[in-house]
Structure formats: structure tokens, C-alpha cells
Design a protein around this ligand. Structure first.
Ligand code: GDD
Ligand code: MN
Length: 395
């Protein structure tokens, strides 16, 4: 059977939740400061022995284990690993039968790992294993939760990819970064090291299908991860074939949409709630202006508009876009941009309501549609132009 046919043999990922009770597993493992390197494999018989040797050589000063998670590769990858494990007991193999999927393979490997530090590296020698000692050193300082091997920062490269794949990867990376407000240069990297606790915290929200485990971990983390990236050159694959196919792309798009929806629902809800609170602020200021301070109505109304806008802005800065919260001069700049976007939203609101009124002739639904359009426009544009630094990663 050719490798391509074998890849196509089982296509579906089977969903599987984090298969270990991390809460009860953790106390026993506390104090185990070792590194567990998880290597997912499917038809990597031509690469895995070489990678295992390279890892053993470069981690000479580290207490490590390797867990190869093989999905019953027809080319006998698991056998190669077992032979290596017979010589070096730090090398273990988890063979999954009737299952496929890179992310789920990595998660199951992590669940089996004993160490508090977990690395994921591809088996095909495309990732630079010489980064592992430095990654470990950085993670062990306690200053970070996550170290990522990046192809897209200075001194990193994607190597000899075809122009189409290079373009596709860049476009997908940019899209992901802006949609999910992730600051990593290479959120789709398959090469990273992470603290076990960080995985455990994200675990309940992970999708575990597809290829993009790192992205899912970062986007599913309840609190921002303290991350750092190290550049490396992505090497060309010499033996075997890539398994990135249309199914992988579909599952990536699914992951992106799910994460986006989860993020936006809560956020947009807060944005609307704050917008509604602005009406209260407006009426209060107007009332005080007219009845207590005896200001003329147009002047009081103008002040009320400005105050309610500033109050909306301040609350959104604190509660809606808190990951990219602005301070000092940036806060004031943001306020002026927010004011312009509010004006734009108001124009859109009126235009949409007017169009809806012409079409349907019902005042209330038309007004509601206008308000929704204005709020959505405000929300989306504010995310891009005011709080554009929003980030799921702390620098
Ligand atoms: N167990 C298991 N099950 N392993 C798999 C599966 C699977 O279904 N599919 C792929 N793998 C293993 C491969 O054997 C290899 O070790 C690794 O996962 C990466 O697969 P490739 O097919 O070589 O993917 P790629 O080179 O196109 O993309 C990789 O590198 C990119 C850059 O870091 C992936 O890791 C991408 O997620 C990553 O963006
Ligand atoms: Mn590869």
C-alpha cells in the first residue's frame, strides 16, 4: 500500500476528551521536573530512528522521556520505536488502533507523560530539535508557560516550501492572529514546549481534532499564557509524505470558527450590555443638566452624548477588550478613535433602519435592525481600530 493510500485509509478524527483526571494525577507528579517529549507519528519509519538519536544527543543534560504516539502506521513505525525503546527505556510508544488525528495523538501522549514539562515535535525532522534544551531552560525558569518554535520571526524560515503553500500558510497565520487576537508570530506551529498545568487548564475546552493543537491550547486557555517564541528553520521533509490534506484544512477552519464564535458571543454580549448602560448614563446626565444646572436642552443633550460615549469606552476598555486594555496617552487616542467609530455606527444605524422601514414599513423592527447594525459595526471596528493590540498571549 502506498503511503498516500494508507493516509486516506482512516480519515475521520474520533473525538476524545482529555483521558486523564489531571486533578488527581497532579499531586503525585509534583516535583517531577522532567521533560516529556511527545512525537505524533503516522508512517514515519524512515525518520523516527534518526530523530530519536538526535533528541537523545541534544538532551544529554536533561531528565527526559519520549512518548511516540503512533496511529498503527502500516509502514511499521511503531516497531522501529519499540526496538529503540528496548535499548533505551526512556523511549516509549503508544500505539492507537483505528484512530487518526494529530491533535488527539499529542493530547493522549501528554496524558501519559510523567513530567511537568511537555514538548511536541514532529517526527519528520522538519522541526529543529536542537531548540529543545533552550526551550526547556526557559520553561524551567518558571517565567513562562509556553515556548514556541517559530518559522515566522527574524532568523526563522519556512524553508523550501512551494510558493502556494508558503502563501497559504502565511494567510492562514495572519487570519488566525487577527481573528483570535493572538500575538504569537507562528500560532500554527507544531513545535512547542508547555507546562502540564497550562494544558490541564485548557483541556476542558479543547476540540482535539485536526492539526492545530497549539492554536487550540492558546485560544482555549482561561488566562493568557506567558509565552515566548524562538526562531528556527523549517527543514524539508526527506522521507515519507505530509498528511496535511483537505480534511486537515476543513478541521482548521472549523476550529477557527468555533473559537471565534466562543470569543465573540461573550464579548459582543458585554459590548451590548455596556451600550445599554450608556443610555442610562445619557439620561442621567441630561436630567442633571436640564433640571439641576439649568443648561439649555441642546447643550445638555450634547454633553450627555459625550459623557455616555466616554463611559461606554471606559467600560469596554475594562471589561470587553480587557486583554488589550489601553492606558495613558493610548487611552486618550483610543477614545477619539472610538468616538469616530460611534459616529460611523450611528450613520449606519440610521441608513439600515431607513432601508428596513422602506422595505417593511414597521417602525420598531426597523429601528431594532438599525441599532443591531450600528452596534455590530461599532463592535467589529472597535476591535480592529481601537483595541487592536488585544492578545491572548502576554508578551
Ligand atoms: N499519530 C498521528 N496521527 N500522527 C500524525 C497524524 C495522525 O493522524 N497526522 C500527522 N501525524 C504526524 C506526522 O507523522 C508528523 O510527525 C507530524 O504529525 C506532522 O505531520 P506532517 O504531515 O508532516 O505535517 P506538516 O509538515 O504538513 O505540518 C506540520 O508542521 C507545521 C509546522 O510546524 C504540522 O505540525 C502542522 O501543524 C504545523 O503547522
Ligand atoms: Mn511535516
Amino acid at each position: 500500500m502506498s503511503a498516500a493510500a494508507a493516509n486516506a485509509r482512516i480519515t475521520a478524527d474520533r473525538p476524545l476528551s482529555w483521558p486523564i483526571d489531571t486533578a488527581s494525577a497532579l499531586p503525585a507528579e509534583r516535583g517531577d521536573e522532567s521533560l516529556s517529549v511527545v512525537i505524533p507519528t503516522f508512517n514515519e519509519a524512515g525518520n523516527i530512528a534518526e530523530l530519536l538519536q538526535r533528541i537523545a544527543a541534544c538532551l544529554a543534560d536533561v531528565d527526559w522521556t519520549v512518548i511516540v504516539v503512533d496511529d498503527d502506521s502500516p509502514d511499521g513505525t511503531a516497531e522501529v520505536v519499540r526496538r529503540a525503546g528496548a535499548v533505551d527505556p526512556r523511549i516509549r510508544c503508544l500505539k492507537r488502533i483505528g484512530r487518526r488525528g494529530l491533535s488527539s495523538a499529542c493530547l493522549e501522549g501528554m496524558a501519559m507523560a510523567r513530567g511537568r514539562f511537555l514538548a511536541v515535535i514532529d517526527a519528520d525532522l522538519q522541526h529543529d530539535e536542537r531548540l529543545l534544551p533552550r526551550m526547556f531552560e526557559l520553561l524551567a525558569t518558571g517565567d513562562f508557560d509556553l515556548i514556541v518554535g517559530s518559522r515566522y520571526m527574524d532568523n526563522g524560515t519556512v524553508g523550501s516550501w512551494r510558493r502556494s503553500r508558503r502563501w497559504l500558510s502565511r494567510a492562514a497565520t495572519q487570519l488566525t492572529r487577527s481573528l483570535l487576537a493572538i500575538r504569537l508570530t507562528d500560532p500554527m506551529s507544531g513545535f512547542f514546549m508547555i507546562r502540564r498545568e497550562a494544558v490541564a487548564r485548557a483541556a476542558p475546552r479543547l476540540s482535539d481534532s485536526g492539526f492545530k493543537l497549539l492554536l487550540d491550547l492558546v485560544a482555549s486557555s482561561p488566562a493568557p499564557l506567558r509565552a515566548v517564541e524562538l526562531p528556527y528553520a523549517f527543514s524539508a521533509r526527506v522521507h515519507g509524505l505530509s498528511k496535511l490534506d483537505a480534511g486537515v484544512m476543513r478541521s482548521f477552519i472549523g476550529l477557527l470558527l468555533r473559537q471565534c464564535a466562543r470569543r465573540s458571543c461573550g464579548r459582543f454580549g458585554r459590548f451590548c450590555l455596556i451600550g445599554t448602560s450608556g443610555i442610562g448614563v445619557h439620561l442621567l446626565v441630561l436630567e442633571i443638566g436640564v433640571t439641576t444646572l439649568h443648561v439649555a436642552f441642546p447643550a445638555a443633550q450634547t454633553v450627555a452624548v459625550l459623557v455616555s460615549m466616554a463611559s461606554n469606552y471606559t467600560l469596554n476598555n475594562r471589561f470587553t477588550f480587557d486583554a488589550g486594555r489601553l492606558h495613558g496617552i493610548a487611552f486618550l487616542n483610543g477614545l477619539s478613535r472610538f468616538a469616530m467609530l460611534c459616529a460611523l455606527g450611528a450613520v449606519l444605524n440610521v441608513a439600515v433602519a431607513d432601508a428596513a422601514m422602506r422595505l417593511g414599513g414597521l417602525r420598531l423592527p426597523a429601528a431594532a435592525l438599525g441599532i443591531l447594525a450600528g452596534a455590530l459595526c461599532n463592535y467589529v471596528l472597535s476591535g480592529v481600530f481601537v483595541w487592536r493590540r488585544g492578545s491572548a498571549i502576554r508578551p
